[in-house]
Design a protein around this ligand. Sequence first.
Ligand code: SF4
Ligand code: SF4
Length: 340
Amino acid sequence: MSFKMEEKIISKDDLLKLCGDVIAKGHTLLAPGIAEYEQVKDVSQIRLDSSALPTKTSYKSYVFPKAEPILYYKRSKSDVQLIDVDVNGKKIVVLGAKPCDTNSINILKHLFNWDYEDEFFNLRQKHFVIIGLMCSSFDEYCFCTSVGSSPVSEEGSDLFLIPINEDKFALRIITEKGKEFIEPYSEFLKDGDEAKSNAVLESIKKPEVAFDSKQVHEWLGDNFENPKWEGIGNVCLSCAQCAFVCPVCHCFDLVDEDYSYSEGRRMKNWDGCQFGHFTLHASGHNPRDIQSKRYRQRVNHKFRYYVDKFGEILCTGCGRCSRGCPVSIDIKEIVSNCKD
Ligand code: SF4
Ligand code: SF4
C-alpha cells in the first residue's frame, strides 16, 4: 500500500530549531551552499532559497564517495588476508534539496543493485533523509521538464517544503521514512492547507519542454553512425567534468593500492566515460578510441541504454554539465537536436 501524503505547516524558526537538534544529535546536516551542498555546523549558515540555481555539484559524493576503500589486504608468503571495511552508515539529512537532485539516489539505486548489491551505497542511502524544496527559478541550461520531472516534483523527497510566506513553509510528509524523521518534532507542526500550497506550486514558472525523450530514444537507436557525433567530438576536451558534477553519473574504477610489499587496500574511485583511457583494454585496443564515440556513449547511456535497462532516464535535467563545460557543450541543445 502506498504512503498517504500528509500536509503540515512549520515556521522558519521551528525549522531551524529542528536543524539545530539534528546537528546536536551528531547527524550530518547538508544544505545547499555557494558551490556545493555543505555540511551545516551552525544553523546560522542555513539559507533556504527556492530561487537559487543548482549548486555546482550535487550531494552524490555522500552516498557514492569520490574515493573509498572497499577492503584491505595483507599478504604473506602463503596467504592473503582480506579485511572488511566498516561502512559509515551515519544518518545524513539533506535540507533544501533541489527537485533535480532529490530523485538522483532513486535513479542510482538501479545501477548499484543490478548485477551486484553494493552494500556501501545501500547502507548509506538507507540512512539518508531528503527534505526537498520547491524550485522557483531556472536558467537556460535547466530542462527538468524534458526528462519527466519539474521544479515542484516531490519525487525522491521524504519531506517536501513549499514556502508559503517569508516565515512559513508548508511541509509535506511524503514517505514513511519522512514520517519517522518528523515525528519527534510534532510540536513544531500545525495542520496544513493543501489548496493553499497547491496554488503556490501552480504559480511557479517552469522551463519549457525542450525535447520529447521518447523521440530522442528512438532517434538514438537509428543514428549510432550519424555524422553529428563527429562534430561534437571535435569540440569536446575529454575532461569529464560533466560526469563529476552530474548527480547521476556513476562510472567508477577499482584499483589495488599497495602500501608496502605485504599490505594494501582496494579502492573504488570515480571515473568518467569521457576519459580516453576509460575503455582502454590491456591489449592496447580501445573500442571508444576517439572523442566522438565517447560523447555518443554519454548521450546513449543517459537517454537510451539506461531507459532500456531500468526504465529511467539517467539525467535529472539539472544542467550542471552544461553550465560548467569549459567549451560550452550544452547537453540540452545536443539532445534537442537528436532528430532529423
Ligand atoms: S562535454 Fe565539456 S565537460 Fe564534458 S568532457 Fe567534453 S569538454 Fe569536458
Ligand atoms: S547529464 Fe547534465 S543535465 Fe543531466 S543530470 Fe547529469 S549534469 Fe544534470
